[in-house]
Design a protein around this ligand. Structure first.
Ligand code: KG4
Length: 343
């Protein structure tokens, strides 16, 4: 039996190719965390096929929810609210998790709390560091997003800078595919780059002037041109050196921006979030800047970097205690933005 004062949130996540459900106590303690990943299935197509992802979410949603409740040793009756990702993400995929959550709430009378997936990524840090509290800067880097967020409170999030084109994860995934690593490219690129020479290849720079915005499409194009030009001359690239140089370059840009953001705001506490925060080149670079600039650095453990429902339950908890309640009209929002308006 849980203490009466404890608040239990059931989190549901289905924004891309992971169906996930989790139960989290008081926004911090994971009681269960179930993930059914479709990544192996989509690998044969070289990327996520949205329609197939939606269908697989339909099959996996309720079994995941059942397992999450069972593993936590609770029933739906014990849950205080159901938190669900409603954006950003693939519309069909989001609709499956959202419909499952609405179904549970309609049947049980439990409150429904919509969660921004990116807010979830930030909250993964609360699950790993029980003492961590706002305010802090968060670099959220995933397959679809790259943003620097000023986390003013648990629910007040202000965007300081964002990518104007590709996300860092997308820039890594695309080049991973071109050099023959397949899907999902990020973890494979990380692996083959180990031991590679970070100075072997040079790429274009991010020219964003004084802003904290990013641009990765030019960098990606410069990598593509380098590969094509080398191949046209009958040569080939050294995959390990190329992967190491490319990831180090991207990590340097991300780290430089965080240093700039810290100087601008005077905030020294920095968190990483999102799938790309699992990248070892990025972590190494952030370790370097943290000692050089005296930053207090946090990154979630590897499992909580990529998509999961525990982070959604954590974000849902903070939204719930802040008074957020959604009704059955809550719709999937594929392009949902993070920030004052949406948080
Ligand atoms: O956060 P996430 O699971 O899903 C999104 O919301 O996008 O992030 C997925 C992204 C993909 O681009 C994947 O290649 C990347 O995270 N990723 C990595 C690593 N692990 C996952 N990228 C680089 N290095 C890794 N170790």
């Amino acid at each position: 039996m849980e203490d009466k004062k404890d608040i239990l949130i059931l989190g549901i996540e289905s924004s891309c190719d992971e169906t996930a459900a989790a139960v989290v106590k008081n926004g911090r303690e994971i009681l269960s965390d179930v993930i059914a990943s479709q990544a192996d299935f989509h690998e044969q197509y070289g990327g996520v096929v949205p329609e197939l992802a939606s269908r697989m979410h339909v099959d996996a949603a309720y079994p995941c929810i059942d397992s999450a409740l069972k593993q936590a040793g609770v029933t739906l009756d014990d849950i205080d609210a159901v938190a669900v990702t409603y954006g950003p993400g693939l519309v069909g995929a989001l609709l499956v998790g959202l419909s499952a959550a609405k179904g549970l709430c309609a049947a049980s009378g439990k409150p429904l709390v919509g969660v921004n997936h990116l807010h979830g990524h930030i909250c993964a840090n609360y699950l790993c560091f029980s003492q961590l509290e706002p305010e802090f800067l968060c670099l959220c880097v995933s397959g679809g997003n790259t943003q620097i967020i000023h986390v003013k409170s648990y629910t007040e999030l202000v965007i300081l800078g964002k990518t104007r084109d590709d996300a860092a994860g997308e820039a890594i995934d695309k080049i991973a595919r071109v050099i023959g690593l397949g899907y999902p490219g990020g973890p494979k690129m990380d692996k083959v780059g180990q031991g590679g020479d970070i100075h072997a290849y040079e790429f274009a720079h991010n020219h964003m002037g004084d802003t904290l915005d990013f641009s990765f499409s030019g960098i990606k194009t410069s990598a593509l041109n380098l590969i094509n030009q080398t191949r046209q001359k009958g040569g080939d690239i050294n995959v390990s050196d190329f992967a190491a140089s490319y990831q180090d370059h991207i990590a340097t840009i991300l780290a430089d921006h965080i240093v700039k953001a810290s100087k601008k705001t005077g905030i020294k506490k920095v968190c990483l979030a999102g799938g790309v925060s699992a990248n070892s080149f990025l972590r190494k670079k952030f370790d370097e800047i943290s000692s050089k600039y005296d930053l207090e650095l946090y990154y979630p453990n590897l499992r909580l970097c990529t998509d999961n429902a525990a982070m959604i339950a954590s974000a849902g908890y903070y939204e719930f205690i802040n008074g957020r309640r959604d009704d059955m009209s809550l719709n999937a929002a594929p392009s949902l933005k993070l920030g004052r308006k949406d948080a």
